[in-house]
Design a protein around this ligand. Structure first.
Ligand SMILES: NC(=O)c1ccc[n+]([C@@H]2O[C@H](COP(=O)([O-])OP(=O)(O)OC[C@H]3O[C@@H](n4cnc5c(N)ncnc54)[C@H](OP(=O)(O)O)[C@@H]3O)[C@@H](O)[C@H]2O)c1
Length: 320
């Protein structure tokens, strides 16, 4: 283990930072109770703000308390009815349960859960530190299982609820030097599809997956890397706000797997129909269009502990 591989100690959610602003929106979904994981950065944060604009009551989950507070302030300013922050690692089952209890205890119910928390690592499978590989996969698989374990009993009790998991184009294709993340997202999608089959007897409980293409968020600069440089969202690059709209739309229009990115189906078709061509092109294309020209020392990024200074809604790349 290198120096910055210290695991985040389990945190008890110090919720209670409520703030109330009048819910001004009468849009569908207005007034719903929504829990978002990965709410301090990127797609999760953009989604929390979009729900806030619709007058939702929010519980925001991520590891870094300072950026969660900043996200909470943004949600209040956007029109959230109330906001609670829960600085919790999704691998901390007890903490996650307490965050869900905060939603039901404070707001009386839980209508929507958006699960966006993820970490990423760049490096060939043979070169990646096994601890990094394990944590990337763990965060996706055990993290998702912990969310499911805390949320599903509430949805079953209520006989209704909507869970939207942020998947990825990389849950349907593979790319060299992204094996840990690919394993994480393929596994996570397998869990979500299984869950959809297990919930068929509950007509008003919905689980959707939304799979973005390259999106301008800090995930690329926060990732672990052994490549000597960081990654870059491959074009076409989307904004997190665009993906957030696709997520919020799933409340009224649940889908098993919704691709969010107009080239995703084309790329997936190439992967499935023409594997030799795809395999020959994906490495060189990723090097040119999916890697930054910077030079960074080997780092574990935010895999084991948050890097609050890098968290924001958008990354530095232009998006559509
Ligand atoms: N950006 C893209 O191009 C892209 C493309 C396809 C799919 N996606 C998917 O979109 C989702 C969000 O990614 P993003 O781009 O928005 O990434 P991001 O900007 O790096 O945000 C990740 C969020 O997850 C939180 N997080 C990470 N590990 C956590 C843990 N163990 N427990 C709790 N929270 C944790 C982070 O906060 P802390 O570090 O403070 O915990 C942060 O709020 C992910 O599921 C990713 O796979 C992204």
């Amino acid at each position: 283990m290198t120096a910055d591989q210290t695991a985040t100690p389990p945190t008890t959610p110090t919720t209670g930072t409520s703030g109330t602003t009048p819910g001004t929106s009468s849009a569908p979904g207005s007034g719903e109770v929504v829990l978002v994981t990965g709410a301090s950065s990127g797609i999760g944060r953009a989604t929390a703000v979009l729900f806030a604009r619709r007058g939702a009551s929010l519980v925001l989950v991520a590891r870094s308390e300072s950026t969660l507070e900043a996200a909470a302030a943004e949600c209040r300013a956007a029109g959230a009815k109330a906001v609670e922050v829960a600085p919790v690692d999704v691998l901390d089952r007890t903490g996650l349960q307490a965050a869900v209890d905060t939603a039901t205890g404070t707001f009386g119910r839980l209508d929507v859960v958006v699960h966006s928390a993820t970490v990423m690592a760049y490096g060939r499978l043979e070169d990646l530190d096994p601890d990094v590989f394990e944590r990337v996969v763990d965060t996706a698989l055990h993290g998702t299982n912990n969310v499911v374990g805390a949320v599903l009993p509430v949805f079953r009790r209520q006989q209704r609820g909507s869970m939207i998991v942020v998947s990825s184009l990389l849950a349907s294709i593979t790319a060299p030097t992204m094996g840990a993340y690919v394993a994480a997202k393929w596994g996570q999608l397998g869990m979500i599809r299984t869950l959809q089959q297990e919930l068929r007897e509950l007509p008003d409980v919905h689980v959707s997956a939304v799979a973005p293409g390259g999106t301008t968020t800090p995930i690329y600069s926060q990732a672990a890397t052994v490549l000597g440089h960081t990654g870059h969202p491959p074009p076409p690059v989307y904004t997190p706000e665009r993906v957030a709209r696709a997520i919020v739309d799933r409340v009224a229009d649940p889908r098993r797997l919704k691709q969010s990115g107009f080239t995703n189906p084309l790329i997936i078709a190439g992967f499935r129909l023409f594997p030799p061509v795809f395999d020959a092109l994906v490495g060189p294309l990723l090097k040119v269009f999916g890697m930054s020209r910077d030079s960074v020392p080997e780092t574990t990024g935010n895999v084991f502990a948050p890097v609050p200074g890098k968290e924001a809604t958008r990354g530095p790349y232009r998006g559509i």
